[in-house]
Design a protein around this ligand. Structure first.
Ligand code: ZN
Length: 176
């Protein structure tokens, strides 16, 4: 397998190559496209377009999309929904060796849930400057105080995710 290339804007921490990640960019993009399709599903349901998938051993284990409004559940972020789906399929609340793909940099709650689930690798698309805790507001996953470290990288199909979010919020501002 081809090793990942560091993004063109290599000076930005969010685009840096995470250590120990041996999966090719093509495979990352394959799974991120799946997550983007779930983001579209969220948008169609009137939710902020964020989608996530959990992959283990090259197989899709779980999927999720934002459903806070429909589920009346503040914890129903795409990542949490995908983790619950994957844990149910695996029959285990821990998902060692799994990779979580999400279209937007995770928040505190979701990053914490990934640590609890022992996710091995996180791959996200767009940065979230206001609430992202991987590299935007802080570097939660790089802090040594947790008993589990998650490899991560951002910037996979970032523009595809950003354009969906921009279109969603623009339509909402216009009352469409
Ligand atoms: Zn979240």
């Amino acid at each position: 397998m081809k090793r990942q290339q560091t993004g063109t804007n290599a000076g930005r921490r969010c685009l840096e190559l995470a250590v120990n990640v041996e999966i090719s960019v093509e495979e990352h993009e394959h799974w991120m496209r799946r997550a983007l399709a779930l983001a579209d599903r969220a948008a169609n349901e009137g939710e902020v377009p964020v989608g996530a998938v959990v992959v283990q051993g090259g197989q899709l284990l779980g999927e999720g999309w934002n459903q806070m409004i429909a589920a009346q559940d503040p914890t129903a972020h795409a990542e949490i929904v995908a983790l619950r789906d994957a844990a149910r399929v695996a029959g285990n609340y821990r998902l060692p060796g799994a990779t979580l793909y999400v279209t937007l940099e995770p928040c505190t709650m979701c990053a914490g849930a990934m640590i609890h689930a022992r996710i091995e690798t996180l791959v996200f698309a767009a940065q979230e400057p206001k609430a992202g805790v991987v590299c935007s507001t802080c570097s939660m996953l790089d802090e040594p105080r947790y008993n589990h470290r998650i490899n991560w990288r951002g910037g996979i199909l970032a523009q595809d995710s950003s354009s969906r979010l921009q279109a969603f919020f623009q339509a909402r501002r216009q009352g469409l």
